[in-house]
Design a protein around this ligand. Structure first.
Ligand SMILES: Cc1cc2nc3c(=O)[nH]c(=O)nc-3n(C[C@H](O)[C@H](O)[C@H](O)COP(=O)(O)OP(=O)(O)OC[C@H]3O[C@@H](n4cnc5c(N)ncnc54)[C@H](O)[C@@H]3O)c2cc1C
Length: 517
């Protein structure tokens, strides 16, 4: 980035403070989220009858990553007779981003791990959009601008920021021994293969081995597995629970041992110019990837279209759609339909299907905080991802991290919080009923535990509440999903959503969309 552009950003940042503060606060606060009013009309089912019929080859219901990737693959294959109907104004689902005068920032998904070598569709896609710039001796060469710059992660552990998220010091001898033993255990699992040569844990998940040993891990919680293996050290348990909350939105006791281990044992990327643990990041998080998908698909996507009824016929599928822009309903007839919506929505559209159990989605808060200066602290310097040991939230990522002057001037940090207390319904009510002022006070207090006095640096705050963030892989969920998918007999309706993978990541959404075509 040129100095002039950087200065322009700084000036833009200075102008941010001109909005009026929210009552009772020193800065303006906006409380946003997906269009609940439109989405919840599905419950009331009070739509006008369709007055027009439209036809298409493939109708994609839902413009999240999975739906967009299905469209991308159709486009790749030369097809133009497809439409993507999305209920929100903008496509991208929970990989969307926001923006202010200073920078773009994530509203949900914020990073992508480098794909494993067998994930050829995703590697091909990343090459097409320029994230992979070439191959050296068969290994992908990543665009340096997307590789997370060092320091990537830091942890506030006993009042000092340390490099990385795994607690390092001070640790007792026993803690250290257990951490080393856990790392050795997952390293061995990472290389464990079936007699046919498949890795036990792979990504996307459907490449993994599903045998009796997998079933046993799937049937128990990660907490029970750790207890049985004697992994009881508190810093290790904190770290593992942090990873489960961050990746799956669940606690150790609420995530299956298979899913818990998958996080550590499934990733074996190889690159010519990056360490395997380096993640791919952009100021707007995975919203950048959504932007690349939309560059090709924009004319196929229609926003504010709520699909409220589906019927399958011998020679077509019919979708009834409420067009919230025109305030009327339409009837779409298609040869094929890709259902790229979460399970709780699919259950409303196809009530006769016996959907698998355990698909409740946990609510999340994503807070984008514009600050006068980057947060500092004692010890390791500001990283892309910054987490407090024992913190209520999952910490924050820094939108301007990839810029050369990231440790100077105003910035936006994105704080993540998943509500895991009680059942998902109660947590959702709590998340959605909390006022902007109460959420702002909560966010500020949480930031203060990491950076005392930071409240005075806040220029503005944007809060985004995901009532239905992502489904957690509770024990038994992945096995139930495999059985459900094996029994799916609809020729004209394909399922494509991370809810039907069981793990909510970009790789899984990509795989879902790719395989639906
Ligand atoms: C807070 C948060 C942080 C995350 N962070 C990461 C991360 O860092 N990295 C990562 O890889 N993953 C992350 N994820 C996971 C993320 O969910 C996936 O990466 C991916 O975006 C899921 O895509 P999807 O298409 O399966 O689902 P969704 O994003 O749920 O897309 C479904 C789409 O269907 C639309 N829809 C619903 N009902 C209807 C209807 N009736 N008619 C029409 N349209 C409808 C919705 O509006 C939505 O756009 C995060 C998720 C959350 C919630």
């Amino acid at each position: 980035m040129s100095r002039r552009r950087w200065l322009a950003l700084l000036l833009g940042g200075a102008a941010l403070g001109t909005c009026r503060p929210t009552a009772g606060l020193r800065y303006p606060v906006r409380l946003l989220g997906p269009d609940r009013e439109l989405g919840h009309r599905l419950r009331q089912a009070d739509f006008p009858r369709p007055t027009e019929t439209r036809t298409t080859g493939t109708l994609i219901v839902g413009g999240g990553v999975a739906g967009l990737v299905a469209g991308w693959r159709l486009h790749e294959g030369g097809r133009r007779d497809f439409h993507i109907l999305e209920l929100e104004r903008k496509a991208g689902g929970n990989s969307r981003n926001g923006r202010n005068a200073l920078t773009a920032y994530p509203l949900g998904a914020h990073y992508l791990t480098q794909p494993n070598p067998l994930n050829e569709p995703l590697i091909g896609f990343l090459q097409q959009i320029g994230v992979i710039t070439g191959f050296t001796e068969g290994l992908p060469q990543y665009d340096e601008a997307c590789l997370c710059a060092e320091p990537a992660e830091r942890l506030l552990f006993y009042d000092r920021w340390q490099n990385g998220l795994l607690p390092k010091s001070p640790l007792s001898h026993l803690d250290r021994q257990q951490i080393d033993r856990f790392l050795a255990r997952v390293h061995a699992l990472k290389h464990e293969r079936s007699p046919e040569g498949r890795y036990r844990f792979d990504s996307p998940l459907n490449l993994s081995v599903f045998d009796a040993a997998a079933d046993e891990l799937e049937g128990q919680s990660f907490a029970d597995w750790l207890d049985a293996e004697g992994f009881t050290a508190r810093p290790l348990r904190w770290y593992l629970e942090y990873c489960c909350r961050d990746e799956y939105g669940g606690l150790l006791a609420g995530v299956s041992a298979w899913a818990g281990l998958h996080y550590f044992a499934a990733r074996r990327p190889r690159a010519a110019n990056a360490d395997p643990s380096t993640v791919l990041v952009w100021p707007q998080g995975n919203g950048w990837l959504v932007g690349r998908l939309l560059e090709r698909l924009r004319e196929h996507v229609q926003g504010r279209q709520l699909v409220f009824r589906l019927t399958e016929h011998a020679d077509h599928v019919e979708a009834w759609v409420y067009d919230a822009v025109a305030g009327r309903s339409l009837r779409w007839q298609a040869e094929r339909l890709v259902l790229a919506v979460p399970q709780h929505v699919a259950a409303r559209l196809l009530p006769e299907v016996a959907w698998p159990s355990g698909g409740a989605q946990a609510p999340w808060l994503v807070a984008n905080i514009t600050l006068r200066r980057p947060p500092a602290g004692w010890g390791e310097e500001l990283a892309w991802d910054n987490v407090r040991y024992g913190g209520a939230s999952l910490g924050y990522v820094v939108a301007t991290h990839q810029l050369p002057c990231h440790s100077e001037g105003p910035t936006v940090v994105t704080l993540y919080h998943v509500l895991t207390d009680g059942d998902a319904g109660a947590a959702r009510r709590l998340a959605l009923n909390r006022s902007a002022t109460d959420w702002a006070a909560w966010v500020e207090a949480e930031l203060e535990t990491m950076h005392p006095g930071i409240g005075g640096d806040i220029i503005e705050l944007e809060l985004w509440v995901w009532g239905h963030g992502m489904a957690c892989p509770v024990p038994g969920r992945l096995a139930a999903l495999r059985a459900f998918r094996a029994g799916w007999l609809r020729d004209r309706i394909a399922l494509a959503h991370t809810d039907w993978s069981g793990l909510s990541t970009f790789e899984e959404a990509f795989d879902q969309g790719w395989r639906a075509i």
